[in-house]
Design a protein around this ligand. Sequence first.
Ligand code: NAI
Ligand code: OAA
Length: 266
Amino acid sequence: MLHVSMIGCGAIGVGVMEILKSDPEVAFDMVVVPEAHMERARSTVSTLAPTARVVSRLGEERPDLLIECAGHQAIAEHIIPALERGIPCMVVSIGALSEPGLVDQLEAAARAGKTQVQLLSGAIGAIDALAAAKVGGLESVVYTGRKPPQAWKDTPAEAAFDLDALKEPTIIFEGSAREAARLYPKNANVAATLSLAGLGLDQTRVRLYADPGVSENVHYVEARGAFGGFELTMRGKPLAANPKTSALTVYSVVRALGNRAHALSI
Ligand SMILES: NC(=O)C1=CN([C@@H]2O[C@H](COP(=O)(O)OP(=O)(O)OC[C@H]3O[C@@H](n4cnc5c(N)ncnc54)[C@H](O)[C@@H]3O)[C@@H](O)[C@H]2O)C=CC1
Ligand SMILES: O=C([O-])CC(=O)C(=O)O
């Protein structure tokens, strides 16, 4: 039985607990959320993981695994201290790692605690192929993200475009993955994941579209290198609870937890 503590109880956290409540090999012992969100989280957790405690920090507890499904702040607040204490961690807010120095801090914390932090693939696929291709040498990685206009609400695109009135696919950003992550932190997870697996934040090119013609989060990747090349299109269905997040992100967390908990890993 794998004893897991979960950071975050939003669209991803709830989706993961819903699926895993029928898995006898995974137990959620604690759910970590900020004080202000504890009451809401308690009522959700009471039905999904009735034995789990809702807390605002891990304290002295030592779960088998700590999984972050919360947001950028949670990495410095919870993941780094847990790694330093030797607790293995998984991270889903990969966009946070475009902040200068944070990847190095994560690695240093894991090394100090003699443990490991796993960065999850989330909403994008072919991370295994891209990371393997990097060994032989990559020449180019280009990522195009296409989402319905309402998925860009509360981002700089809202000030620059009348999102509700868009009739055509509209480029809202073109540049490096580093700049995309700075301007669109809540939509930068895929670009940052591709960068970390591949050519890095400065060499990975990103184009983002607000497209009234799509209802899904469409991720298109073209990679070339010594291995040859690949093109990948993912059409991720957004979660009802958060249209910025594709359902595949929930499944990627469930897969990663299953791989740690079960006898067979794939
Ligand atoms: N790797 C990937 O492909 C993807 C990653 N994400 C990332 O996953 C994260 C969670 O996404 P959602 O569940 O959709 O968000 P959400 O907004 O629905 O839920 C966030 C949850 O985290 C909690 N939280 C916020 N700050 C916290 C902190 N400092 N400490 C503890 N708990 C905290 C909130 O109370 C809430 O329960 C976001 O950072 C998002 O950018 C989302 C989609 C894809
Ligand atoms: O599709 C998703 O779930 C999230 C996404 O685009 C991103 O954060 O890069």
